[in-house]
Design a protein around this ligand. Sequence first.
Ligand SMILES: Cc1cc2nc3c(=O)[nH]c(=O)nc-3n(C[C@H](O)[C@H](O)[C@H](O)COP(=O)(O)O)c2cc1C
Length: 203
Amino acid sequence: MAPSVKLPVPLFEGAQSLESALYCRRSRRNYICKPLSLQKAGQMLWAAGGVGKSGVAGSNRTFPSAGATYATEIYLAAGNIEGLEAGLYRYVCTEHSLEPRYKGDIRSGLSEAAYGQMFIAEAAASVLLIAVPQRTIRRYRERGVRYIYIETGCITQNIYLQAEALGLGTVCVGAFDDNRIRQLIDLNPEEEPEMIMPIGAYS
Ligand SMILES: Cc1cc2nc3c(=O)[nH]c(=O)nc-3n(C[C@H](O)[C@H](O)[C@H](O)COP(=O)(O)O)c2cc1C
């Protein structure tokens, strides 16, 4: 397997206040063809679900999780990122690194699986949120299903706010054909695609 890609150290302070990012947040779909730096891509992934202040792996992330069961895995479908080969990567939060899964640009495939939402193919990359529901359902039974969706929502808002603070665009894409996503990225039956979030410069 190809070696992991270490991401640049994320920043824990930014120029824009949280209040301003909240005020300005909106869904953006008008992406332009401009490469994304590896620093910004890494910053987006850290904000989505990186390890926070105490640095205790699995117990202190940028998002809350029912009973710290952490059902969600974060993937990056890279297309136009400086210094990063196009492909699908899993974000390894404890290492702040990317574990390569597949080579090749899947942005068009994601767009087709999302009923032709073309802007997905135009953004530099997409973050994919993939749940492993049993992690949470094992402990909370039926109620765990609800908890997984709430966890997804927490992560998506992190991504929106970090994108806003970096001057990047993003949008939640929940309308897609699960089976086509499953085939495209070869998910196993225990994994469930929850959200696609394109990220990139916008006009
Ligand atoms: C669960 C969920 C699914 C969504 N799915 C899509 C989608 O498939 N395509 C899309 O363009 N926007 C999608 N959106 C974005 C909404 O259209 C958007 O948040 C809403 O219009 C409000 O606009 P704003 O985010 O700019 O405030 C989704 C949002 C959520 C929360």
